[in-house]
Design a protein around this ligand. Structure first.
Ligand code: BTN
Length: 257
């Protein structure tokens, strides 16, 4: 991480050739031991990675993926921790643009998309001490040099290599750029306590904005028009009767990219 231009993001780095569990879990362990904000864990191979909704996220081939997790200790209301996912998606998008020149989209809340396929997923996890946040761990997985995907993922997943027709990129450079952009966005968020300064930029790269989305909630599935996020990070969806529903739950799945 020699070319890192940050003040605190990546201030301490632990790099694993292989981690049998998850970089998020490792950062949580370091957080318990008093690690400072910005502590970063990266793994070339991650065997026990986790995705959202209890899914697995593995990165088994050396040199192929970025698996990175870093520690935040924000003094914010715990209900706002999920906004870190949105900030991280913006940072990944900006980093990919810097390094590859490629334009990507964000699928609310946590996927970075190119050509309607996922190139990056983000898992933000929080630990609490009584009613306060003890740590927020932002975990980012980016498909960089994957040449192909298993049959069940082929329609959904892609990599920077595939999308650039064989390009090879420095994973260290992408990682450093993610941290730099994250730090910049995060400081704006902390200054305001919400996403008001980032909302417009986020919405400008959101998939399906102004288009039809299906909301798959546990109780029912419904359709509406995506109107983008508000300053709290909720997705605003216009219903048939013109009313606006705020979608906040990470348990809801949004389809329609
Ligand atoms: C998702 O799309 O479901 C989220 C995937 C998040 C994967 C990353 S890889 C680095 C970090 N460590 C983990 O175990 N998960 C995240």
């Amino acid at each position: 991480m020699s070319h890192l231009h940050t003040r605190w993001a990546g201030c301490q780095v632990e790099a694993h050739e292989k981690i049998t569990y998850s970089t998020n879990q490792r950062v949580k362990q370091l957080a318990d031991q008093g690690a400072p904000e910005g502590t970063l864990v990266v793994a070339d191979v991650q065997e026990g990675g986790k995705g959202r909704r209890g899914r697995a996220w593995v990165a088994p081939v050396p040199g192929t993926n970025i698996a990175m997790s870093f520690l935040l200790r924000p003094e914010i209301d715990p209900s706002r921790a999920s906004m870190m996912t949105l900030i991280a998606a913006m940072a990944v998008r900006a980093a990919i643009a810097d390094v590859t020149g490629m334009d990507t989209k964000i699928k609310w809340p946590n996927d970075v998309i190119v050509n309607k396929k996922k190139v990056c997923g983000i898992l933000t996890e929080m630990t609490m001490e009584e009613e306060y946040i003890q740590s927020v761990v932002v975990g980012i997985g980016i498909n960089v040099h994957n040449e192909s995907f298993p049959e069940e993922l082929k329609e959904k997943a892609t990599s920077l290599l595939i999308e650039t027709g064989g390009g090879h990129f420095s994973r260290a450079e992408i990682t450093a750029k993610v941290l730099e952009h994250f730090e910049e966005y995060y400081e704006k968020f902390i200054a305001d306590g919400d996403l008001r300064r980032l909302q417009e930029e986020y919405n400008s790269c959101l998939t399906a904005i102004g288009g039809k989305v299906s909301i798959l909630a546990p109780e029912k599935t419904w359709e509406g028009i995506s109107r983008g996020i508000n300053e709290e990070g909720a997705l605003l969806v216009e219903k048939e009767d013109g009313s606006i529903e705020k979608i906040t739950s990470g348990e809801v799945s949004v389809r329609g990219i």
